[in-house]
Ligand binder design. Structure first.
Ligand code: HEM
Length: 330
């Protein structure tokens, strides 16, 4: 089996690359936060080059240059993972246009985010642009989650597993979570970690903005509890109930971090954890609407079973059990 086959065309390859993409996109939210929290945002004062004369950070620029340039290098990792996902979707047999489109959209989006990063530098860390840079990661994470879910289910009609009102509640949760995140970015723009010590703030009142942010979090929590109760009431499938409980657990943890950082005057480590929490929470909430429906495969669709339990050898799929019988495990 050559490298191309081993990495990209094994059954389940798209799913693995999609998972890598979810992790990488949440990871870069946190490393972007590290740039802000260490006040390294202008560690490289130019973009796309680090300085007018150098593409990379130079020793004179010290640790700030290393941190900011390090975050730029991570964009390369993001692109590599997005290319991997697209290759895997393209080489999948049979090819599914739904997966190719999602993977291609993910790849095309990364440069847009890199350009917003550049504008962040050009505007000397304007807090609204810094906030936009964070928010631009949100659709990218959602795309990666969609690719992960879609690569684990067949193509076909999406059929709801719960009554329509519950489906709408699931979508409402995503909208409120997005509002919580937008409001969080506004809180950050008003506070001590907006850009670096010298950049202007957005002029909003940090205490009032934090209050609005936390109010929306309480709404989100209430809706999640309502969803869980409803899912039990309508005897929804186990997977949907598990997903809702996972969301509730992340919300509670993130809420505790949020209040703790607020009352401790925003220590950088907790703010960093809050950013990680926001990324994980977004993954958990985007998974909710997917868990409330299933796809009925097209008549000619290849059974999903092979993707998970088999391996492709040449142009045929060998099931794991069949393979073990031929090559007994040592
Ligand atoms: C569902 C739970 C929550 C989510 C998803 C969430 C999300 C976010 C996001 C995305 C940011 C912006 C991060 C950035 O721009 O770097 C933020 C900032 C913030 N959040 Fe939350 N948050 C949650 C709960 C809370 C709670 C309960 C509080 C309590 C008051 C809180 C207080 C704050 C504060 C003070 C900031 C500004 C941090 C700074 O200045 O760097 N959060 N939040």
């Amino acid at each position: 089996m050559n490298l191309l086959q081993r990495w990209f065309s094994k059954p389940g390859a798209v799913r693995r690359w999609a998972l890598a993409s979810v992790i990488a996109n949440v990871g870069i939210i946190v490393t972007g936060g590290a740039v802000r929290l260490t006040e390294s945002g202008l560690g490289c004062p130019e973009w796309p080059k680090c300085t007018a004369d150098s593409l990379v950070a130079t020793p004179e620029m010290g640790i700030y240059g290393v941190i900011e340039f390090g975050n730029r290098v991570l964009t390369g990792v993001l692109i590599a993972v997005a290319v991997g996902a697209l290759l895997a979707a393209w080489l999948r047999v049979p090819r599914r246009s739904s997966l190719v489109k999602l993977a291609a959209a993910g790849l095309m989006y990364v440069p847009a985010q890199a350009v917003i990063g550049g504008i962040t530098v050009w505007t000397n860390l304007n807090p609204w642009v810094v906030g936009l840079h964070f928010l631009a990661s949100i659709p990218l994470v959602a795309l990666s989650v969609a690719l992960y879910v879609r690569s684990g289910e067949p193509d076909g009609e999406a059929v709801p597993l719960v009554p329509r009102a519950v489906v709408l509640l699931g979508r409402g949760l995503v909208a409120v979570a997005a509002a919580v995140i937008v409001m969080g970015v506004v809180v950050t723009g008003s506070g001590p970690h907006a850009g670096d010590a010298d950049t202007p703030r957005n002029g909003m009142d940090p205490a009032l903005m934090s209050q609005f942010h936390a109010d929306l979090v309480w709404l989100l929590l209430g809706m999640t509890v309502a969803l869980i109760a409803t899912l039990h009431a309508v005897k929804a499938p186990e997977g949907a109930i598990r997903t809702a409980y996972a969301l509730l657990a992340v919300e509670l943890l993130q809420g505790v971090i949020g209040y703790t950082q607020y009352y401790l005057d925003l220590p950088a480590l907790l703010v960093g954890m809050h950013m990680l929490g926001a990324g994980v929470l977004w993954v958990a909430v985007v998974a909710v609407p997917f868990s409330l429906r299933k796809r009925i495969p097209h008549p000619g669709a290849v059974p999903l079973h092979y993707e998970i339990h088999g391996e492709r050898e040449g142009d045929r799929i060998v099931e794991a059990a069949e393979k073990e019988a031929v090559e007994p495990a040592v």
